[in-house]
Design a protein around this ligand. Structure first.
Ligand code: HSE
Length: 397
C-alpha cells in the first residue's frame, strides 16, 4: 500500500483525488500490485460535504511527519509555499509530483538535485501540455536524439480565445471569461494572455532538450492582447492563422527561445490545433518531426498526467530516475536580435511597405496596411520598420 498526500484541493487536486479513487484497480495493476490511496489533503478551506472529510488538514506537518506518506502531490501552484513544501518533502525522503510549471521553471534544477541526493523523484509531466505526454518522451523515448527544434502551442486559454476570435468573431473579453468558467485559465489571467505561462513551459522544454537550465527570464515573451480582428482577417487572406507559440532552437549547445503570437500558414501541423488543445512539434536529429497533441488544460486531463507520475513514483520508490538539466556557467542563449524570420506587418502608413523590398502586399482597411516581408533578422527588421505599426512573426512552413 502506497500512501499519497495532495497539497491544494483546487481543480487539479480534485481531479487527482477522483482518478486515484475511480481507477484504483487498474492503477494497482500498473504499479505491480501496490494500491495507492490518498491519506491527507492539505487545503486552507473546509470541505464539510466531502465524501472523506477526515482526509483534510490545514497543517503541512501532518503530512511531512507522517512516515507512511511516500508521495506528495503538489498542485497548489505559485512559488510560495509550494517551494518550501516541496523541498521539505524531498529532504524527508518523499517523492514529489507537481503540475506547477512556475515552480519547476524557477527551482526545478535545485529540486531535481535534492531528489537525486535523497534517492527519490521529483516528477512534473503535468507542468507542460496538461494531459499530453511530453516530459517523459523528451527524457526517455526521444533520448537517442539531439533535439534541434521545439514549437509548441502551450497555453490552452489563449488558444481557446484565439480560436473563438477566428471562428466566431468573439471579442477577447468574452472568450477569456468562458475559458475561465471552464477552468482552463490561471488564477491570474495575465499569466495566460501575456504569455508568461507559455514562457515557463517552453523554458522547461528547452532546459530538458538542451540539458542546460534555460532561465525563463531569458526568453523574450509577448502575449496576445494586442491582436486585432483585422490581424485575424488579413492573416486569413494570407491563408494563415494566428496562434501563441513557444519555440526553442538548439544548435551546437546554444539555445534560441521565444514566446510570441505567430502567423502560421495553413497546412502547417500547428495551424489545425484549436480550442483548448495544445500541441508540441519536436524535431530530433534522428527521428525528424514528431508531434504531441491533446488537451493542455482542464481538471481531468491535467490530473491524468499527475497520476501517471504518481504511478511512476510508486514503481520507483527509492530509485532516482535522473530527469535533469544542469545550471550552465557559460552564456549559451543566442541573441534574439540575430534570429531571422518573415514578418506579418500591420502598418500605419501605406508607404511603410517601400522599406521592405520583395514584401507581399495584402491590402488594407481603415487606415491600416498589411504585408508580409521577406526573411530578415530581427535587428534588420526593426531598423527598417521603425515602429510604424505592429507586427507578428511568421512561422516558417
Ligand atoms: N492556464 C493554463 C492553460 C493551464 O491555459 O494552458 C494549463 O497549464
Amino acid at each position: 500500500m502506497i500512501k499519497a498526500a495532495i497539497l491544494g484541493y483546487g481543480v487539479v487536486g480534485y481531479g487527482v483525488y477522483e482518478i486515484i479513487r475511480k481507477n484504483e484497480q487498474s492503477i494497482t495493476r500498473k504499479t505491480g500490485g501496490n494500491t495507492i490511496t490518498v491519506k491527507h489533503i492539505l487545503d486552507l478551506r473546509d470541505f464539510p460535504d466531502h465524501e472523506q472529510p477526515e482526509l483534510f488538514t490545514k497543517n503541512y506537518d501532518d503530512i511531512l511527519n507522517d512516515p507512511e506518506v511516500s508521495i506528495v502531490v503538489e498542485v497548489m501552484g505559485g512559488l510560495k509555499p509550494a517551494y518550501e513544501y516541496s523541498k521539505a518533502a524531498l529532504l524527508a525522503g518523499k517523492n514529489v509530483i507537481t503540475s506547477n510549471k512556475e515552480l519547476v521553471a524557477e527551482y526545478g534544477t535545485e529540486l531535481m538535485a535534492l531528489a537525486k541526493e535523497n534517492n527519490v523523484n521529483y516528477l512534473f509531466e503535468a507542468s507542460v501540455g496538461g494531459g499530453i505526454p511530453i516530459i517523459r518522451p523528451l527524457n526517455q523515448c526521444l533520448a537517442a536524439n539531439e533535439i534541434e527544434e521545439i514549437y509548441g502551442i502551450l497555453n490552452g486559454t489563449t488558444n481557446y480565445i484565439l480560436t473563438k476570435m477566428v471562428a466566431e468573431g468573439a471579442d477577447f473579453a468574452s472568450a477569456l471569461s468562458e475559458a475561465q468558467r471552464l477552468g482552463y485559465a490561471e488564477r491570474n489571467p495575465e499569466a495566460d494572455v501575456e504569455g508568461y505561462d507559455a514562457c515557463r513551459k517552453i523554458a522547461i522544454l528547452a532546459s530538458l532538450a538542451s540539458g542546460k537550465y534555460v532561465n525563463w527570464r531569458n526568453v523574450p515573451t509577448e502575449g496576445i492582447t494586442k491582436i486585432t480582428k483585422s490581424d485575424v482577417k488579413f492573416a486569413e487572406k494570407y491563408h494563415a492563422v494566428i496562434k501563441l507559440v513557444g519555440m526553442a532552437k538548439i544548435n551546437d549547445g546554444k539555445v534560441y527561445s521565444r514566446v510570441c503570437p505567430m502567423v502560421i500558414p495553413s497546412g502547417h501541423q500547428l495551424s489545425e490545433v484549436n480550442d483548448v488543445f495544445n500541441a508540441i512539434l519536436v524535431k530530433g536529429d534522428s527521428i525528424g518531426d514528431v508531434m504531441f497533441y491533446g488537451r493542455g488544460a482542464g481538471k481531468l486531463p491535467t490530473a491524468s498526467a499527475v497520476v501517471a507520475d504518481v504511478i511512476d513514483a510508486a514503481k520507483h520508490i527509492h530509485i532516482n530516475k535522473l530527469i535533469t538539466w544542469k545550471a550552465a556557467k557559460e552564456d549559451f542563449m543566442i541573441d534574439p536580435e540575430t534570429a531571422s524570420c518573415q514578418y506579418f506587418v500591420r502598418a500605419n502608413a501605406e508607404n511603410v511597405i517601400d522599406s521592405f523590398p520583395g514584401a507581399e502586399n495584402l491590402g488594407g482597411e481603415n487606415g491600416e496596411w498589411f504585408f508580409v516581408t521577406q526573411d530578415m533578422t530581427e535587428a534588420d527588421f526593426k531598423a527598417a520598420f521603425a515602429g510604424r505599426g505592429a507586427y507578428i512573426r511568421v512561422l516558417e512552413a
